[in-house]
Design a protein around this ligand. Structure first.
Ligand code: ZN
Ligand code: ZN
Length: 366
């Protein structure tokens, strides 16, 4: 795999440029995917404090070597302080912003208990501001290195499904099939799953997020297969719905409707297009078929360091698509007692429109 390097070093300076608008002089980053995005540090515990001129990553003794290596390799402009216990970490952070009066916290990344600690003990001299999505917004537009990693994860998912799909004819249980799929992805270099694969056959398919069961997959049933893997931190996400052998006319009609809806949603994807318009294009097709109520989720979501991230592709979403956004388009129809159909691709928005990163063919009959 030839992956372009990630441009991590430029991210903290770009974040700083937003401080004035947010009314803050410094930001404490507590959400780990954001810490990773800004520094390249992948450990399970850390806080990053970014001021107008400096940045400090505080982690614990387990990560002394790892943090040094990862920040040296990413070039992130941040110093490291190892705090062997919480009070030393607290001291490092509060000393670092002793002259800051307006300190931002990540509203979605701070627990109630933390907020109490921060305001009553850690940062008593500063006014604390709840900020929203400062780093998440920045993460929406992917650089070439990020797109390359998502593309690589999508390619692993494509190849893995191609390998294991013929097994469906051997009437595996949902769980067995999911396990084979996971094994195939890990064998091809996936470092982890984006989420536990969903393999939902027959009536289980009516639950959009069903967990694989011991139920054997029977001929003629629809099977929703929704899965993805991670390459160097970046996720892939794809759903295919197949039938082993010929499905009933009703099931075929469901599948063809969702296929058409997904195509309509995909075709809408281009820079400058409203997120809600993509949702609407897909939803219209399903509503016209009389299944509007059976499509009870948004049409898609951003994909990156997290499997679900900004932007949301939904009727209620504000904002527009931009070059470098990586989003899914995944309409579905779910009918209790009958089953479900969902078809999902991960797309990257380009100046010309979009490129599909999940290339596995969409065929109803496996
Ligand atoms: Zn999915
Ligand atoms: Zn998805």
């Amino acid at each position: 795999m030839n992956l372009a390097p990630l441009d991590i070093a430029g991210r903290i300076p770009r974040l700083r440029a937003k401080f004035d608008n947010a009314g803050i002089e410094a930001l404490l980053i507590t959400r780990l995917p954001n810490v990773r995005y800004l520094t390249g540090f992948t450990g399970s515990a850390a806080m990053l404090l970014v001021t107008g001129t400096d940045a400090l990553l505080v982690t614990d003794g387990r990560y002394r070597e790892q943090s040094k290596e990862q920040l040296a390799s990413s070039g992130a402009p941040a110093r490291i302080e190892i705090g062997l216990n919480q009070s030393l970490q607290r001291k490092a952070l509060s000393d670092f912003v002793s002259d800051v009066t307006q300190l931002g916290l990540e509203a979605h990344g701070v627990t109630w208990a933390q907020e109490r600690d921060f305001s009553s003990g850690w940062f008593v001299d500063a006014v604390l501001h709840a900020t929203t999505d400062l780093v998440e917004d920045q993460r929406e537009v992917k650089d070439q290195g990020e797109v390359d990693r998502i593309r690589a994860a999508c390619a692993i998912a494509d190849a893995s499904l191609a390998e294991v799909l013929p097994l469906l004819r051997e009437r595996p249980s949902e769980r067995e099939f999911a396990l084979r799929l996971e094994f195939a992805m890990r064998e091809r270099g996936a470092e982890a799953m984006s989420f536990e694969p969903i393999v939902a056959s027959g009536p289980n398919g009516a639950k959009p997020h069903a967990r694989p069961s011991d139920r054997p997959i029977e001929p003629g049933e629809l099977v929703v297969i929704d899965f993805g893997c991670i390459v160097e931190g970046y996720c892939s996400d794809m759903t295919r719905t197949v039938s082993v052998g010929e499905p009933s006319p009703e099931r075929r009609h469901m599948w063809e409707t969702v296929f058409e809806a997904q195509e309509a949603g995909r075709c809408k994807v281009a820079p400058g297009v409203e997120l809600a318009a993509v949702d609407n294009a897909a939803r219209e097709v399903i509503v016209a078929a009389g299944w509007g109520d059976a499509f009870a989720h948004g049409t898609g979501h951003g994909v990156g360091l997290e499997i679900h991230e900004a932007p949301r592709v939904a009727a209620t979403a504000s904002g527009t698509l931009a070059v470098g956004h990586v989003v899914t388009v995944e309409p579905g129809v779910y009918i209790p007692g009958v089953g479900g159909v969902r078809i999902e691709d991960t797309l990257v928005v380009t100046p010309e429109g979009f490129v599909t990163l999940t290339e596995f063919p969409k065929d109803l009959c496996a």
